[in-house]
Design a protein around this ligand. Structure first.
Ligand code: ATP
Ligand code: MG
Length: 162
């Protein structure tokens, strides 16, 4: 990811528009599990690399569906403060134990291999999220309760030097 960065163009990206696009792409997989997806927010523009931001938000929303329960809910919210734009995804899924909450961002790491085999995936999604966040000087906050759900918040700084 780092090596390719120099060729990647930074531009103004509307996180709301990106999220709506991803929501459309994931609608069918959400419907298959009868998951209600709700996107809450307004236009939130940041300077960033569109393709990487897409991959990041896609992976987080994909996880929110994959590790959700049947008839579950998925909320995506975004809002702005004086110095940050917040982008948050919350699901009503299986959750992540406290001692796994750091490790899931490692390359190829997947919790509970037997469950993971059912859902499929490479375990790369969240490492892309981690590297993409670093590239955008963003922080990731993970909150989760096993058996209840997971909330992941990305905090994008607004005042960074470009
Ligand atoms: P890929 O994203 O490459 O298709 P993946 O979803 O398994 O595969 P990651 O997105 O990196 O890989 O996630 C790593 C692991 O963290 C998952 O396998 C799963 O065990 C756990 N995990 C990630 N997101 C959630 C979530 N929202 N709820 C519960 N567990 C999660
Ligand atoms: Mg994933």
């Amino acid at each position: 990811l780092e090596e390719g960065t120099s060729q990647m163009q930074e531009e103004t990206v509307d996180l709301y528009e990106l999220t709506e696009d991803i929501g459309d792409t994931l609608l069918h997989s959400a419907q298959k599990k009868d998951i209600t997806m709700k996107i809450e927010g307004i236009t939130q523009e940041i300077t960033g690399v569109r393709q990487i931001l897409y991959e990041m938000l896609y992976n987080l929303m994909d996880n929110g569906i994959k590790y959700n329960v049947e008839h579950g809910k998925l909320w995506v919210r975004m809002w702005k403060t004086a110095d940050k734009i917040y982008w948050q995804v919350e699901d009503t899924g299986i959750g992540i134990a406290k001692d796994e909450q750091e490790r899931i961002y490692e390359r190829f790491y997947r919790v509970d291999k037997s469950h993971s085999r059912q859902t499929g995936g490479t375990g790369l999604g969240l490492s892309i999220v981690k590297h993409g966040a670093a590239l955008h000087h963003a922080q990731i906050r993970t909150e989760s309760q096993p058996g209840q759900g997971t909330k992941i918040t990305i905090e994008f700084p607004l005042d960074r030097e470009t």
